[in-house]
Write a protein that binds this ligand. Structure first.
Ligand code: LLP
Length: 476
């Protein structure tokens, strides 16, 4: 591919020099994202400028219609793909990606269950009046309190993650006088983040139990009257593009599932979440309908080979439902050019500092994640310039977008939007340097709906046990 003369030698090879650094690639931006007559970014028919003026920056903005559409499309895709092979499918929304009372209500209303991984997530779902029977409770280290809450509130299933947990949940259910539905989380040995299927199930990680121990552990589960065994569970990873991993994992689980049928019913199989999304134009995720059909075909074929009936299927996607519809709006502060030596030649990296950073988007620092950014307050005819979008934290790794081409005249006061931040940004947010976590606002048809309000310095100070709110000069 011929390299354009103005492509920066500092740009990663995957980053294409854009013809127009104002364009909003539909694969990356929320479905309602557009430019208004003044060139400003609009989502859900509300401009980024209006949102910034009303709610401040940084601000998480969620295109409600986009999220609802993906939730519905996911449910319908799995229901129809598995109906076509003669079984049913349930979709649980993985709340760890982003959960608020409002979003939990959307999911319940759209017919999805909710997967929670802590008492906190469970309480949010309950506060949204989600039927506990439609909630799955996860975690590799559930506390006794979490187990008790789940059991006593009537949680639909608890995903057992270890041998020890079998007794813990069984004892609690016995004390409560209920029969608790449980799944057993299995480590199938398919490790998707390596983009290859490991041959062994003895992975060096904390989740689940090895395939080789499943029969013994299910016998223990079946031995407890207070437990009702639903089936096996497996989650092979997250942000997965190679969809063959889901089918391979299902095949491995079904071989064990078949042996379990000798000892009693195994009505379900839960294959977790992990479907990848586009963070940049370089990402090409498989559409959810195709993933569902591939999984259904592989499961139907495997069950036919094994001579067993096809179990009811469950999946737990989070990112692919809430990720693409979310953006973060920042205000640009400092802009600074740094000269970098590349093979003896000087190259410029322009650092664009925004008013948030690794406190509202930890994914870049944590995983080296790539993102797409655009000026949100205007369009510009200036030539594309390689920039690095950084935050305001006291850490050189405080990077929001490692490399992006933006109009060269980007300046303090511009609004900058980062795409695809709906999943695992608010939920991983933190208070580094005593920054309050941003607000989350849903937009739809020109209306805004605040989901979570901004955290203030006063909120943070109020938790400081030595803080005297009556003293002078305090942030009351
Ligand atoms: N089910 C289980 C048991 C999980 O552990 C997860 C994610 C999901 C479902 C949902 O996966 P999803 O469809 O959202 O990929 N913080 C990381 C992602 C961690 C995912 C943890 N488990 C990130 O920001 O990329």
């Amino acid at each position: 591919m011929p390299v354009s003369p103005s492509a920066s030698p500092l740009a990663p090879t995957w980053l294409r020099l854009p013809d127009d650094p104002n364009l909003l690639a539909p694969s990356v931006w929320p479905s309602s994202a557009a430019r208004d007559a003044d060139g400003g970014l609009v989502v859900g028919e509300v401009s980024a400028r209006t949102l910034a003026d009303e709610y401040g920056t940084p601000l998480y903005v969620i295109d409600e219609a986009d999220v609802r559409e993906r939730a519905t499309a996911t449910r319908e895709a799995f229901e129809s793909a598995f109906a076509a092979v003669g079984t049913s499918a349930k979709v649980y929304y993985a709340g760890k990606a982003f959960l608020s009372v409002g979003v939990a209500r959307w999911m319940a209303e759209l017919g999805l269950g909710i997967d929670v991984a802590s008492l906190g997530e469970f309480m949010v779902a309950l506060a949204a009046d989600v039927d506990p029977a439609r909630i799955g409770f996860h975690g590799n280290n559930k506390s006794l309190g979490e187990i008790a809450s789940g059991v006593r509130m009537g949680v639909g299933s608890i995903v057992l993650d270890s041998r020890l947990e079998i007794d813990r949940v069984a004892d609690e259910a016995a004390r409560a006088g209920v029969r608790q539905k449980v799944r057993l989380r299995v480590n199938s040995g398919v490790h998707a983040s390596t983009h290859e299927f490991l041959a062994t199930s003895h992975e060096d990680q904390k989740f689940g139990v090895p395939l080789g121990e499943v029969e013994e552990l299910v016998a223990l589960i079946r031995g407890r009257d207070s437990l009702d065994f639903l089936g096996l569970h497996c989650h092979i990873g997250s942000q997965i593009f190679d969809t063959g991993g889901f089918s391979e994992s299902a095949r491995r689980l079904l071989a064990v599932h078949k042996r379990l049928l000798d000892g009693g019913p195994v009505p379900e199989l839960n294959l977790g979440g992990g479907f990848g999304i586009a963070y940049t134009e370089n990402d090409d995720p498989t559409p959810i309908g195709a993933i569902a059909r591939q999984m259904a075909a592989a499961i139907a074929e495997t069950c036919a080979e094994l001579g067993i009936g096809i179990p009811a299927i469950a999946v737990e996607p989070g990112r692919s439902i809430v990720g693409p519809g979310g953006i973060t709006v920042y205000e640009v502060g400092m802009v600074k050019d740094v000269t970098v030596d590349v093979d003896g030649l000087d190259a410029t990296r322009r650092y664009v500092s925004v008013d948030g950073g690794m406190s509202d988007n930890l994914r870049t620092a944590l995983y080296g994640a790539d993102y797409t950014a655009r000026i949100a307050s205007r369009v510009s005819t200036a030539a594309p310039q390689l920039v690095r979008v950084v935050g305001k934290h006291c850490e050189s790794g405080d990077i929001v977008v490692g490399a992006e081409y933006l109009p060269a005249d980007i300046a303090p006061g511009d609004l900058l939007a980062v795409a695809a931040t709906g999943a695992y940004c608010w939920s991983l947010s933190n208070n580094y340097n005593y920054l309050g976590r941003p607000a989350v606002v849903a937009v739809r048809d020109g209306e805004t709906h605040l989901l979570i309000r901004r955290e203030t310095e006063a909120d943070l100070l109020r938790r400081d046990a030595d803080f005297d709110p009556t003293a002078d000069g305090s942030a009351r």
